[in-house]
Design a protein around this ligand. Structure first.
Ligand SMILES: [Ca+2]
Length: 227
């Protein structure tokens, strides 16, 4: 028996994890824990040629969209409880044939009945977590990659993160929940390579303005600075 050691995993908005998987089951069980400050992001997709199961954040709520081949069913977490608050949240999706239940933090349960007469979720391309990389066989809309921490991501019996770490199928992630996700406005910011940038939308009025900042660098080349 293979025993995977489960650790949280940090995603930075360009990260994703994959698990090659082919199966056709009439029941599905997905669970994960996440924390993020972003309200719109892809969490997980299990992709077949026409079937799929998609979990995403939209406006701070968690949505599950699933297509077993006869059209899409969708279930959303309670609208009075945003989940993009940087706290850990537990998500469980349990499907038996047409009956789908979404449970948030062990207490908030939402159920739907899925359409159709056949209830196998046919997965051909595998499971993608946090983003889809170059995968484009099915189009599920334009979805931002996840940014934050994920832990205990389980699709049926597969521990996705731990398996991906051992099989080199984790891209641009780090292991452990990065302390940058706990940083408040008083903590200084590191720009770690030439692609790093910070964006301040709508900060400056059209007539101009001033930005003040303290800078510490060992780089002697001139950067392009603020545009
Ligand atoms: Ca199917």
């Amino acid at each position: 028996m293979i025993v995977y050691i489960c650790r949280p995993c940090s995603f930075y908005g360009t990260s994703h994890v994959t698990a090659a998987l082919q199966e056709a089951r009439s029941s599905t069980s997905v669970s994960l824990r996440f924390r993020t400050g972003r309200g719109d992001a892809l969490l997980l997709v299990a992709a077949g040629r026409t079937d799929y199961l998609l979990m995403l954040l939209e406006g701070g709520l968690l949505k599950v969209r699933i297509n077993l081949g006869a059209g899409e069913g969708e279930v959303t977490s309670p609208s009075d409880r945003r989940l993009d608050d940087l706290l850990w949240h537990d998500v469980q999706v349990q499907r038996n044939n047409a009956d789908l239940a979404l449970t948030i933090d062990g207490v908030h349960v939402t159920r739907i009945e899925l359409p159709g007469r056949f209830f196998e979720l046919n997965i051909h391309y595998g499971v993608f977590v946090g983003g889809m990389g170059d995968f484009s066989e099915i189009f599920l809309g334009l979805l931002d990659n996840f940014r934050g921490c994920l832990h205990q991501v389980r699709f049926n019996e597969v521990e996705i993160l731990a398996q991906a770490r051992d099989r080199n199928a984790a891209h641009h992630v780090t292991w452990g929940c990065d302390k940058q996700f706990d940083a408040d406005a008083d903590v200084s910011m590191s720009f770690v390579d030439e692609r790093s940038y910070a964006m301040m939308p709508s900060l400056l009025p059209r007539v101009g303005g001033t930005i003040r900042l303290d800078l510490k660098t060992s780089c002697r080349r001139r950067s392009r600075g603020v545009q």
